[in-house]
Design a protein around this ligand. Structure first.
Ligand code: NAD
Length: 294
């Protein structure tokens, strides 16, 4: 059994911390929102009155926060106060530059650290089946793997500091682009008199096959579990997809990588969000493309 501090007990952090408690770990948490603290308390998480207090005696410090600025300000606050030698693990999805800065803050105060963003959404967080993409030293990964296990379906060590975040934004850039590609194909098929089911039956076993088609089909019918069958209730909200596409573009600019389809996908989701659809599942982009005069 380990002692864990968990900062950020929102939609993802709350159920992730609850799974650590279920696995027998002692978890102390903190969040700015009283309702999230209350929910955490009912799941067996000890409540601290601030982030520094949550870290007292912790061997592992896990953060699950909205963006890079939140992670850096929490790290500046807790790194000097946390137990020397505790392992810092940031599971938030943040930009690569901030992730590397967070590693540097931890190191300055004598802590090993990992960037460990996840995919799998709130359902995966509740079920303990998240995929963790982990960046950091081999020593840090070796120490952190077991504490991630009760929250994980799969854990991949991607390489040095920041490579977990790099894997996350590269994956989600593929996802954002491929969802637009699949949506465009369905819209073209509609105009050509080809039914959704017939297109699905052909492409799901042909070279157009991809996750956006066979697991998350943007039109209702062919994949009963996809959000299209429940009026595009997320799932994975458009606003979160847009956040990740922006992070990918930030990284591409910094690294000097050409990602023309990534640029265009970000612009298309930006337009969809600005028309008030940020809360709908990102596969609802098919509705926008159907109407759009792009
Ligand atoms: P959320 O807004 O529900 O949770 C974030 C929590 O952080 C909030 O409860 C907020 O009060 C808390 N917080 C902010 N600043 C704080 C501070 N200084 N101290 C303590 N608590 C603070 O968001 P979420 O959906 O849980 O997402 C968290 C992270 O996970 C994000 O980076 C997101 O991109 C990523 N993510 C989300 C999903 C998803 O499906 N929701 C999937 C994969 C990754």
């Amino acid at each position: 059994m380990a002692t864990v501090a968990f900062i950020g007990l929102g939609n993802m952090g709350g159920p992730m911390a609850a799974n650590l408690v279920k696995a027998g770990h002692s978890v102390r948490g903190f969040d700015l929102l009283p309702q999230n603290l209350e929910m955490a308390r009912t799941n067996g998480i000890g409540i601290a009155s601030n982030a520094v207090e949550a870290c007292a005696q912790a061997e592992f410090v896990i953060t699950m926060l909205p963006a890079g600025s939140h992670v850096l300000s929490v790290y500046e606050e807790i790194a000097p106060a946390a137990n020397k030698g505790s392992l810092f693990i940031d599971c938030s999805t943040i930009d690569v530059v901030s992730a590397r800065t967070a590693h540097a803050i931890a190191a300055r105060h004598g802590h090993l650290s990992l960037d460990a963003p996840v995919s799998g959404g709130t359902a995966g967080a509740a079920a303990g089946t998240l995929t963790f993409m982990v960046g950091g030293s081999a020593e840090a990964f070796q120490r952190g793997e077991a504490i991630l296990a009760p929250m994980a379906g799969k854990i991949v060590h991607c390489g040095a500091d920041g490579t977990g975040q790099a894997a996350k934004i590269c994956n989600n850039m593929i996802l954002g682009i491929s969802m637009i590609a699949v949506s465009e194909a369905f819209i073209l098929a509609e105009k050509l008199g080809l039914s959704h089911q017939a297109l699905f039956d052909v492409t799901s076993t042909s070279s157009g096959q991809c996750w956006s088609l066979t697991s998350y089909c943007p039109v209702p019918g062919p994949v009963p579990s996809s959000p299209a069958n429940r009026d595009y209730k997320p799932g994975f909200a458009t606003a979160l997809m847009l956040k990740d596409l922006k992070l990918a573009q930030e990284a591409a600019r910094t690294a000097g990588a050409a990602t023309p389809l990534g640029v265009h996908a970000k612009e298309i989701y930006e337009q969809f969000e600005s028309r008030g659809h940020g809360g709908e599942d990102f596969s609802a982009i098919v509705k926008y493309l159907r109407q759009a005069d792009l």
